[in-house]
Write a protein that binds this ligand. Structure first.
Ligand code: SF4
Ligand code: SF4
Length: 318
């Protein structure tokens, strides 16, 4: 199959943008740079991955796209914006904006079904694999290689029209598509995110020490928090957090405005997550948790985890 360029390449981009992507870019698949690989290993070895053992296990797999799709020639990197005009009552314990509605994994897989289906018809025999946090792919590295945004000091990839409020998705393919120019740009570098992080989790190099990050502690962490985690969760921001944290995104000047045409709809008509109180969580049986929060990102915290978080929001400092 000859290299795909010009109109044919733009046709693929247009098709994927029609799925709702705010930006689509192409990078040559293969190995990440040695520098990037070393940085990630250092981050894991420093303990910053906290209890996410899969990060340790997947470290060698992230180094190359071969471990995800053998024969991959191109990484198609996509960003889907999700900033929402809806507001959650600030009196309620906070829930990350991305979790105010349906689970984005389901929404994005559904959104891409038709476009990727068309690609498999146009290019029979070509291999495709969609990765929505579902494979060990260094998504930020590939997004920058594909030139779809710039690097934010807060660890996000800032994309035109949706800022850092985006989900990164990769479509790996055996098709050889002419790469776009990589992005070497940096955000405004104002330092607001570093200053605003309430627990000191955000590091000056843009990495996050998950041991004290409210997002990690309220979503991924299983069981009770250790002393460092407890200290973070007993800060005023931690005491106000039910699920996830957007503070380092919220203060970013790149996120002040978003273009509605570059965001995907996530909210469910019922708005279940938007109005959830700590008391409602505490009175939820496991069955109720499963039924009410089915198809929402909150399930990731599991029943025990959400209860733990809700209890913390009602904690009164001695
Ligand atoms: S998500 Fe919250 S706690 Fe974590 S680094 Fe950002 S501001 Fe800090
Ligand atoms: S808040 Fe400032 S330093 Fe942080 S990502 Fe945004 S522009 Fe960059």
């Amino acid at each position: 199959m000859p290299l795909i360029t010009h109109n044919e390449k733009e046709g693929i981009r247009t098709l994927l943008i029609s799925s709702g992507a705010a930006a689509v870019g192409f990078a040559r698949a293969g190995s990440i740079t040695e520098e990037r690989s070393i940085l990630f290993r250092r981050w894991v070895e420093s303990g910053s991955a906290a209890g996410m053992d899969y990060m340790r296990r997947h470290t060698p797999l992230r180094d190359t796209t071969e471990s995800v799709l053998p024969g991959a020639a191109t990484v198609i990197s996509m960003a889907f914006g999700y900033a929402s005009e809806a507001e959650r009552d600030p009196a309620l314990p906070s829930v990350s904006r991305y979790a105010w509605g349906q689970d984005y994994h389901d929404v994005l897989r559904e959104a891409l079904k038709e476009s990727v289906g068309k690609l498999t018809e146009i290019y029979p025999g070509a291999g495709f694999r969609i990765c929505i946090d579902s494979a060990p792919v260094d998504e930020r590295y590939w997004a920058l290689e594909a030139g779809i945004g710039i690097r934010g000091r807060n660890g996000s990839v800032i994309v035109g029209g949706c800022g850092g409020y985006n989900f990164l998705v990769e479509l790996l393919t055996t098709l050889e598509i002419e790469p776009d120019d990589p992005s070497r740009g940096l955000c405004e570098d104002c330092g607001a995110c570093l200053k605003a992080c309430p627990t000191g989790a955000l590091q000056p190099d843009g990495t996050i020490d998950c041991r004290r990050c409210l997002s990690y502690l309220t979503i991924e962490h299983r069981d009770d928090w250790d002393a460092v985690g407890t200290e973070a969760m007993r800060t005023p921001a931690g005491l106000h957090t039910l699920f996830g944290c957007d503070i380092c995104l919220r203060v970013c000047p790149h996120n002040r405005h978003s273009d509605e045409s570059k965001t995907i709809a996530l909210l469910r008509p019922s708005g279940t997550t938007l109005s959830l109180t700590a008391q409602e969580v505490l009175s939820m049986s496991r069955e109720r948790f499963n039924a009410l929060l089915k198809g929402t990102p909150l399930r990731r915290a599991r029943h025990e985890g959400l209860l733990r978080n809700a209890r913390n929001t009602l904690y009164i400092k001695p």
